[in-house]
Write a protein that binds this ligand. Structure first.
Ligand code: MUC
Ligand code: MG
Length: 373
């Protein structure tokens, strides 16, 4: 019997409100924009994927609009008419004609895995070799911009047993103000929760040398991407003198970056993101490089909606050690979900679906309501 082929790629930009403003060093979010991909196959199966970034072009080199355009204009023609069941062959076809664009690629890889999982009756984690955990522990980001509100929010998350690791977004105020804000939150939470910070590239090495020491003294356990992404030498020097570990996030924009960073000893922890490396299968290549180099793993997010979040969860559930856990809380930052059954968070974990593919079903009515016209 002939294999099913890819017939059509349908892409939608979906604008969803957030539960509160989310303040990062480079941008304050008042909503989130998802790019949703529906991959229509000749056997009637529709694979779902998502490519989502933060703050238009302020975080990474792809915007929702460029992702949609590049999927529609450049990636779809490479895929249409091809065997829908051979993910390796299809991704290699994209490799040969598309540079960069890992966010757009991630949507395609996710949708291919979802379609093939549905076809074979296997969840994506099992297609990727098999889960070694049923759920992934999930940090919450405190980023309201207000210390008191952040403490109240953290207390609520602890009461709900939803999160016990908190990431604080800093870098937009002076280091002294940031340290005071972080110290007040850690003091209020004590040993009941861990506190990490994400500087999103906002500091110079000279500023960071003192700030990481002050953060360590305040009880912070790790500092994510304090320096600009290209300053690998600065990160390596800072890490060598920091009392707490650094984590590389924006510095990794590809699997090749993961290798270069591991080789140069830039940071002892990597934030893995399906969007930065090109999908749930591609991110495992970056994870393998990190594992071989003795680098700790963290399951990162681009604040995706439910599809991208669960695609990440399926991949991260297959990793041997995920000692810094994940931050797959994106859907919880949104007031609306485009799935019929939103992801389940319980006992500090996001549960990894056990039904075929990603284990998701679109709420078409809601999708149509929030899709950009
Ligand atoms: C980032 O830089 O890690 C992850 C959580 C959050 O609040 O922002 C993102 C992006
Ligand atoms: Mg980060």
């Amino acid at each position: 019997m002939a294999s099913p082929t890819l017939e059509r790629l349908e892409t939608l930009i979906v604008d969803l409100p957030t539960i509160r403003p989310h303040k990062l060093a480079m941008h304050t979010m008042h909503g989130q924009t998802l790019v949703i991909l529906k991959l229509h196959c000749s056997d009637g199966i529709v694979g779902l994927g998502e490519a989502t970034t933060i703050g238009g072009l302020s975080y990474a080199g792809e915007s929702p609009e460029s992702i949609k355009t590049n999927l529609d204009t450049w990636i779809a023609p490479v895929l249409i008419g091809q065997d829908a069941t051979n993910l390796n062959a299809l991704m290699q076809r994209i490799d040969r004609s598309v540079r960069g664009n890992t966010f757009a690629r991630s949507a395609v890889e996710t949708a291919l895995l979802d379609a093939q999982g549905k076809r074979l009756g296997l969840p994506v984690a099992e297609l990727l070799g098999g889960r070694v955990r049923d759920g992934v522990e999930c940090a919450w980001t405190l980023a309201s911009g207000d210390t008191g509100k952040d403490i109240d929010e953290a207390e609520l998350m602890l009461d709900l047993r939803r999160h016990r690791h908190f990431k604080l977004k800093i870098g937009s105020r002076s280091p002294a103000q940031d340290v005071a804000h972080v110290a007040a939150i850690k003091r209020a939470l004590g040993e009941r929760a861990s506190v990490r910070v994400d500087v999103n590239q906002a500091w110079s090495e000279a500023v960071a040398i003192k700030a990481v020491r002050d953060l360590a003294a305040a009880g912070v356990e790790l500092v994510e991407q304090p320096l600009p992404r290209h300053d690998r030498l600065g990160m390596a020097r800072l890490n060598a003198h920091s009392p707490i570990p650094l984590m590389a996030d924006e510095a990794i924009e590809s699997v090749a970056d993961a290798f270069a960073l591991a080789q140069a000893g830039v940071a002892p922890i990597f934030a893995l993101k399906i969007a930065k490396t090109g999908g749930p299968k591609a991110v495992l290549r970056a994870a393998a490089i990190a594992e071989a180099a003795g680098i700790g793993l963290y399951g990162g997010t681009m604040l995706e909606g439910s599809i991208g979040t669960l695609a990440s969860a399926h991949a991260f559930a297959t990793l041997d050690r995920l000692e810094w856990h994940t931050e797959l809380f994106g859907p919880l930052l949104l007031t609306e979900d485009i799935l019929i059954d939103p992801p389940q968070y319980r006992d500090f974990q996001l549960l990894v679906p056990t039904t075929p593919g990603l284990g998701v079903q679109l709420d078409e009515e809601r999708l149509a309501r929030f899709a950009r016209r």
